[in-house]
Ligand binder design. Structure first.
Ligand SMILES: O=C(O)CNC(=O)[C@H](CS)NC(=O)CCC(=O)C(=O)O
Length: 269
């Protein structure tokens, strides 16, 4: 499976962001991508006034997702991208969609909200219900998680338990001391501890680092972008995955399960 990760500098202007996304979709299709991963919140990024996110939030049958899906019609690419959708009470969900051949395949609502380093995402965003999402893409099991989720190994493990062989990880990773290191270490760790590919995309505007990456099941960073817009590419290979899981059978050697009774409860936020 040909994987592309794409990044761009998102603005407050959602039609402009849609245009950036569609250009990356076209490039990915031209390059033969089966899977394209775009950043978290590709719809609109409000850096200074995050409360305005709710104003531009769109439902999954709204114009942003519809246009993204339509662009994939007649192609073999599946596109994963992030947006905010209305949650009904003035709050929003921070949601990923997967679209293919003109239609929505699945969606995932971010579970772990970024209440760290001075941010309070939970002031405006409601968490998802904790159900891990894995879907089929070109014969590969692809799991979804979003940005701050990467700091919580349980969700990647739950995805692996559901059979994920590739984790798509859209992000908008905030700059800061050692933050680029956090991003790299944890993205590689999630790949290595689950012996899966991780296709991670990062928004690359002034607040966020970009640094989109594709990591293989033994933790090698196969492709990486800096902080400029563009695409990075790698191929997921079935034989390589099988060989990695034979040589490093950590999934088979586990002694503990993630307790499915522990779910992200509303009152934790
Ligand atoms: O709200 C938006 O518009 C887009 N979403 C984000 O920027 C999100 C939530 S504020 N960013 C992160 O989760 C960064 C995590 C991070 O940087 C870390 O874990 O250190």
């Amino acid at each position: 499976m040909r994987i592309a990760v794409g990044q761009f500098a998102a603005t407050e202007d959602w039609p402009a962001n849609l245009k950036s996304c569609l250009a990356l979709v076209d490039q990915a299709v031209a390059g033969g991508a089966d899977l394209l991963v775009l950043p978290e919140d590709s719809l609109a990024l409000f850096i200074d006034e995050p409360a305005r996110i709710a104003e531009v939030a769109q439902p999954l049958d709204g114009p942003f997702v519809t246009a993204l899906a339509e662009r994939t019609a007649g192609t073999s690419v599946t596109v994963v991208a992030g947006l905010h959708e209305p949650a009904g009470d003035g709050k929003v969900f921070n949601t990923l969609v997967a679209v293919r051949d003109g239609a929505l395949v699945t969606s995932y609502r971010k579970i772990h909200l970024y209440d760290a380093f001075g941010s309070r995402e939970s002031d405006r965003v409601r968490p998802g219900d904790g159900e891990p999402v894995v879907f089929d893409c070109a014969g590969w099991a692809v799991g979804l998680m979003t940005c701050y989720d990467v700091r919580f190994p349980e969700i990647a493990r739950l995805l692996a338990d559901r059979g994920a062989e590739v984790i798509a990880l859209p992000a908008a990773w905030v700059r800061g001391p050692a933050k680029e290191r956090h991003w790299e270490v944890m993205t590689v760790a999630r790949a290595l501890e689950n012996t899966c590919y991780v296709a991670a995309s990062g928004e690359c505007g002034r607040r966020n680092i970009g640094a989109s990456m594709i990591v293989d099941p033994l933790g090698t960073v196969r492709a990486r972008l800096a902080d400029a817009p563009g695409l990075a590419w790698a191929t997921a290979d079935r034989e390589e995955l099988d060989e990695a899981r034979r040589r490093l059978p950590v999934l088979a050697n586990r002694r503990f399960a993630v307790d499915p009774a522990i779910r992200p409860l509303e009152e934790w936020c």
